[in-house]
Design a protein around this ligand. Structure first.
Ligand SMILES: C[S@@+](CC[C@H](N)C(=O)[O-])C[C@H]1O[C@@H](n2cnc3c(N)ncnc32)[C@H](O)[C@@H]1O
Length: 459
């Protein structure tokens, strides 16, 4: 049995997504327009924008100087505008090229700009997400993955929607993000975690999710290379060892304890450089040590990821408290790393960019292995209303936002004092965060900011 969701507006939402995909044939964004507005999704009843998919009318990207932009897929990009036309426009240049999509969409919105604290309008949310997920899938590489980060308000619906869009066979599972600890004034229980649903465009082509190997290996620089060093690879026997007694099997004892076959195995690895010998005890014997280049030393990612905070990442950039509930860089970096561990040129997309956490995560992932992963972020220029927004430029702001364990990720808190924000819009904050993070983590980083235009103005 396959369970699919039904909701009013579903057919229109899927039709819109498909029409936008079909409309985005290369070059179609360069056409003329009838001047009518582009695609919009409001409420649960998605209606396609006029003339989309009918030839030459389509969303496109625009540079500062007003000219049509055709970015290189390897560029670091911030696209300012609604992600529906933005994703459509990106199809012209990025179709099939994105390795990782990470999104942390607003909950319960049928309108890109509204956050509803009360009431659960699943229909609107599903109609809002469906065409965007269809477009995202189209932008992904065959071995691409999408991480959809949600709290439990929309999680169940989102999972069924994702199954329908990607195919249930392409579901890779659900990760838990532990984002808080400790108590709070919750009515039922204190929620300290979110869900991250994961799909592959073609799950059979998606490699293991990897993380940097930590214990029991230690990092050492050997002949100028960062290597993970494991001194414990050969044991004298199974089981427990008395405290203080040597459990390692010395190279000189392999033959007598484990036999000629084991010695030949170890010798073969010594010959390839996978093992080295290290003087170990006073008797002049040697331990067998496994050395692995640090960049290759990975283990499988665990399904529960603990990463608290997110504000803590903004504080050192002088942006603390400007944006409510940014996701922790550590979390997004772990997700990016997990699928690009050996893919240092991968393209990473986040079309609900918020404070730009994903851009910083990509920069930090590149730092690990001197990679050149690039990011594509999309963010609407909606007003930034967090209470500390105006206090930040130059001086930095203290605290900010609620931090109870039940809070979800969205821009909240309204300016109480009526002063003007230093960042009038969220997208301006996104751009500034990218610049400030680059100063620290990726000096000299180039990034391009573009607008999205739903239709081209007629002549
Ligand atoms: C939950 S926040 C993402 C926070 C982000 N992960 C971070 O760490 O800062 C969702 C963001 O999506 C943006 N957004 C909502 N609807 C959008 C749309 N249609 N197009 C582009 N951005 C949108 C909101 O303005 C908000 O900044």
């Amino acid at each position: 049995m396959t369970t699919v969701l039904e909701w009013p507006g579903k057919a229109a939402a899927f039709a819109l997504g498909r029409r936008l995909i079909d409309s985005a044939i290369p070059g179609s964004h360069l056409g003329e327009s009838d001047g009518k507005p582009g695609p919009h999704l409001g409420g649960g009843d998605a209606k396609p924008g006029p003339h989309l998919g009918e030839g030459d009318h389509g969303p496109h990207l625009r540079s500062d100087d007003g000219s049509i932009a055709v970015p290189d897929p390897r560029d670091n990009l911030l696209v300012v505008g609604d992600n529906l036309p933005a994703l459509t426009a990106l199809l012209a240049t990025h179709r099939g090229s994105v390795k990782v999509v990470y999104i942390d969409p607003p909950y319960n919105t049928g309108n890109a700009h509204t956050y509803k604290d009360h009431g659960h309008d699943h229909d609107s949310w599903l109609s809002f997400m469906a065409p965007r997920l269809l477009l995202a899938c189209e932008l992904m590489r065959e071995d691409g993955v999408l991480f959809l980060h949600l709290d439990d308000r929309e999680s169940a619906w989102a999972q069924l929607l994702g199954h329908e869009i990607f195919g249930e066979d392409n579901s890779l599972g659900t990760l838990i993000h532990q984002r808080a600890k400790g108590g709070g004034n919750a009515r039922s229980f204190v929620r300290g975690h979110d869900y991250i649903h994961v799909w592959g465009r073609n799950a059979s082509l998606v490699g293991p999710f990897l993380t940097e190997k930590k214990s029991p290996a230690k990092l050492e620089v050997i002949d100028g290379r960062r290597m993970l060093v494991e001194t414990d690879v050969l044991r004298a026997g199974f089981g427990r060892y008395a405290r203080g007694s040597e459990r390692r099997l010395m190279y000189e004892d392999i033959l007598s304890v484990k036999g000629a076959k084991k010695l030949a195995e170890v010798d073969a690895k010594l010959a390839t450089g996978e093992y080295i010998l290290r003087p170990w005890d006073d008797a002049g014997k040697h331990a067998v040590v496994r050395v692995t280049p640090a960049e290759k030393a990975s283990s499988k990612m665990y399904s529960i990821i603990k990463a608290l905070g997110g504000q803590n990442d903004l504080d050192p950039l002088g942006l603390g408290g400007v944006f409510s509930y940014p996701k922790p860089v550590e979390l997004v970096k772990a997700l990016v790393d997990s699928q690009t561990f050996f893919d240092p040129e991968a393209i990473v997309l986040d079309f609900f960019a918020g404070s730009g956490t994903t851009a910083q995560a990509v920069m930090e992932a590149n730092r690990r292995d001197e990679g050149s992963r690039s990011f594509v972020l999309v963010q609407t220029p909606e007003p930034l209303r967090s209470k500390n927004a105006q206090a930040v430029m130059g001086v930095g702001a203290a605290g900010g936002g609620r931090d109870d364990a039940t809070a979800g990720g969205e821009v909240t808190g309204v300016t109480g004092d009526g002063t003007e924000a230093a960042f009038p819009t969220i997208s301006e904050l996104t751009a500034e965060r990218i610049r400030r993070a680059a100063e620290v983590h990726a000096p000299g980083l180039q990034f391009t900011q573009l607008d999205v235009v739903s239709v081209v103005d007629g002549p």
